[in-house]
Design a protein around this ligand. Structure first.
Ligand code: TMP
Length: 239
């Protein structure tokens, strides 16, 4: 598969065309941002970890019936994916209060919910990714009703599969963000990445944060946390 011109550069990844119009190459960077790009930094080795972790988790999800954009890992930092048009929604599933949820509703972090929540943000950097509900998404024509049903079903399935997976690694899946895309025939598949950048992952016993919150909140030990969480995954799934 020949890598052709760059199509797009995001905050954490670059995307390249290939000789197949239906396939793209994603290349993971070590760059990290937070607060809509206001805070910038580098997390050494992050690109390698996120690439590999995301691919392992997407393979797991495929086996459990959640279709993804994954085709194959090409190298440490690069993966061949199906070309999608991204549904401009950030889909956030939460099991435990943290982050913007805790702030918005004035509650402490760490409250375990009776059942998971789902929320959407409009993927729009200029507007600061505002929160929106299903009806707003429909009104704005961001997705159809059928697509939202599919997205919601897959998102809760991802939560079930990944919560169980991380539990076996001694890790609690607190919350995470997903993005979905449409293939050229309209099929909705899971896209983007699933990594410590996009999930909150706490050690089940000590509650230590093993994710990007260490960077967002200047907690230190950022690289070590990424290595630790990848090590836990590899202990469970093999290298
Ligand atoms: P939040 O509590 O800040 O809304 O974050 C919820 C989850 O979404 C958390 O696991 C981190 C992830 N996330 C992203 O992947 N990208 C983002 O831009 C933001 C704000 C959060």
């Amino acid at each position: 598969m020949e890598k052709k011109e760059q199509l797009y550069e995001g905050k954490a990844k670059k995307v390249f065309k290939t000789d197949d119009p239906e396939k793209l190459i994603v290349s993971y960077k070590d760059d990290a941002t937070a607060f809509n790009g206001l805070k910038k930094g580098t997390i050494a080795g992050k690109g390698v970890i996120n690439n590999r972790m995301s691919n392992r988790l997407m393979k797991l999800l495929e086996r459990e019936g959640v279709p993804t954009h994954l085709v194959e890992e090409l190298s440490e930092r690069e993966t061949l994916v199906k070309r999608v048009s991204i549904v401009p929604l950030e889909v956030i599933v939460r099991n435990i209060s943290a982050g913007s949820f805790a702030k918005r509703y004035g509650v402490e972090e760490g409250i375990v919910f009776k059942s998971p929540t789902i929320e959407y943000s409009y993927k729009n950097d200029a507007l600061g990714d505002p929160l929106l509900n299903r009806y707003h998404a429909l009104a704005l024509g961001l997705a159809t009703e059928a697509e939202l049903d599919t997205i919601e079903r897959y998102s809760f399935k991802v939560n079930e599969v990944l919560s169980a997976f991380w539990r076996d690694c001694g890790v609690t899946l607190v919350d995470f963000k997903l993005e979905f895309g449409r293939l050229s025939d309209g099929t909705v598949v899971l896209a983007d990445e699933i990594s410590p950048d996009t999930c909150r992952l706490w050690d089940s016993v000590t509650k230590e944060k093993l994710d990007k919150d260490r960077f967002r909140r200047d907690l230190g030990g950022v690289e070590d946390a990424y290595k630790e969480i990848m090590g836990r995954l590899e202990k469970k799934l093999g290298k």
